[in-house]
Design a protein around this ligand. Structure first.
Ligand code: BGP
Length: 473
């Protein structure tokens, strides 16, 4: 380690993925269907009746069969940690059975074997946009309180099986995204335009209680485990200095900050309760729920960060960008990616400072990256991608992480999203690539699935080996 880096010596550098976006093998090993099997276009179109052949996630990048090769490539980059999710429907094919599927559990044993072989610390998401389809169709997903028990049973199986091997756990991926993507995030079958506000907020409450119960279970079954919540972070800047715009931006930010507040402080904040009252929402919250939330708060806060948005109180000024699933007003000072996500490295420093000031919990950036179209070229007889745009994006964001650490923020680590090319969550494309490793698979499903190192592969390896000293400031 050189003295010119702000990153601590034990900083967890790595990459992040999710089961449904990498594994494929959608009906192998006793796996049941998940909501992803009826979402061939991501969140762009309504769900289909059943699985369809045009769904790239059926094969994804075939990580189910190629995990050893892929983890070896991550190790070659020097990863200290690898974030992946466990497919709930691999472990409980329907979701409401009493006994887990041994073949599904054995797969993750093998993944963990490979991580251990290379000295890579696993970072496991328990639920990442892949609710078993049966729970969606029979119970309407998280709207139904029964899911709390099914999730707790699933989490207990994971802690009992992997608790000595996995230290870092995340309960729900981007838990706040259920506000905008009820099916993908909350497994809710009722179409968004027919879903009542009460049902939506009840689903959120049920997930929060389940998250607390998982934390409780971890304390019992895996005492050395560290449990994190995971929120989609997206600062909302006031579009102008007009106090009404500032208030509007605060209100928008609070729709996301509430999730961290509840996970860290163990109770609903006053502004959240007021918003429920204003919307005429009355939730079923038991005394036991309140006690669970209060007693089983998280050890750390993890989050994804891709973009910021602007906010205004003046509807005539609302120019909505393409945005993430969370939407938002475009910021005229920022450039956007090809998919309309506004690029804002300083926003990451702002989020880190805001979260640290607010919660005083260690922070883990578990998703960040640039989705871009790549072109495979041949250089010195070797196929590669010259992805300087991705290097620039990641470099500029990591420099801001360094600034935040220098500001005094406790940052545990950074896992760039889609460290190997994967199927996109929002659009289900493979052409929206994030990886350091190119996967030869196209949007029409053609391709060899061969892996090629991009220019960013060597760049990230250097960032890790120098512990951030090689970043260009
Ligand atoms: C987050 C999700 C991920 C991931 C990422 C990039 O919202 O947690 O699953 O996919 O965004 O989004 P996309 O794949 O739509 O480009």
């Amino acid at each position: 380690m050189t003295s010119s880096t702000p990153f601590p010596a034990d900083f967890l550098w790595g990459g992040a993925t999710a089961a449904n976006q990498i594994e494929g093998a959608y009906n192998e090993g006793g796996k049941g269907l998940s909501i992803q099997d009826v979402m061939p276009q991501g969140i762009a179109t309504p769900r289909t009746e059943g699985p369809t052949d045009d769904n790239l996630k059926q094969v994804a990048i075939d990580f189910y069969h190629r995990y050893a090769e892929d983890i070896a490539l991550f190790a070659e980059m020097g990863f200290k940690t690898f974030r992946f999710s466990i497919a709930w429907s691999r472990v409980f094919p329907l979701g409401d059975e009493s006994e887990p599927n041994e073949e599904g559990l054995a797969f993750y044993d093998r993944v963990l074997d490979e991580c251990e072989k290379h000295g890579i610390e696993p970072l496991v998401t328990i639920s990442h946009y892949e609710t078993p389809l049966h729970l969606t169709e029979t119970y309407d997903g998280w709207v139904n309180r029964d899911l709390i028990g099914f999730y707790e049973r699933y989490a207990r199986v994971l802690f009992a099986r992997y608790g000595t091997r996995v230290k870092y756990w995340l309960t729900f991926n981007e838990i706040n995204s259920v506000l905008h993507a009820p099916l993908m995030s909350g497994g809710i079958n009722t179409p968004k335009d027919q879903l009542s506000t009460t049902d939506l907020y009840q689903a959120i409450h049920n997930e929060l209680v389940a998250s607390a119960l998982a934390t409780k279970a971890a304390r019992e079954l895996a005492p050395q485990a560290q449990i994190g919540c995971m929120v989609l972070a997206m600062p909302a800047y006031p579009l102008t200095p007009d106090p009404d715009d500032v208030m509007a931006s605060l209100t928008t930010e609070r729709t996301n900050l509430a999730f961290g507040d509840i996970h860290v402080r163990g109770e609903y904040p006053g502004y959240y309760l007021r918003s429920l009252r204003d919307q005429g929402v009355e939730l079923v919250i038991t005394d036991e729920d309140r006690a669970l939330l209060k007693e089983h708060t998280v050890d750390f806060v993890s989050f994804s960060y891709y973009m910021s948005v602007a906010e205004t109180a003046d509807d005539s000024k609302r120019i909505i960008g393409e945005g993430n699933i969370m939407g938002g007003v475009s910021n005229p000072t920022l450039q956007a990616s090809e998919w309309g996500w506004q690029i804002d490295p300083v926003g990451l420093r702002i989020v880190l400072n805001q979260f640290w000031d607010r919660w005083q919990k260690p922070l883990f950036i578990v998703e960040n990256g640039l989705g871009a179209r790549d072109q495979l070229v041949e250089v010195d007889g070797r196929k590669t991608v010259i992805d300087d745009y991705r290097i620039d994006y990641l470099n500029d964001h990591l420099v801001q992480v360094g600034e935040a650490i220098t500001d005094g923020v406790d940052v545990m680590g950074y896992t760039s999203w889609g460290c190997i090319d994967i199927v996109s969550a929002s659009t289900a494309q493979l052409s929206k690539r994030y990886g350091f490793i190119y996967v030869d698979r196209n949007d029409d499903g053609t391709g060899t699935l061969d892996r090629y190192k991009k220019k960013s592969f060597d760049w990230y390896a250097e960032v890790i080996s120098s512990n951030g000293a090689s970043l260009t400031r």
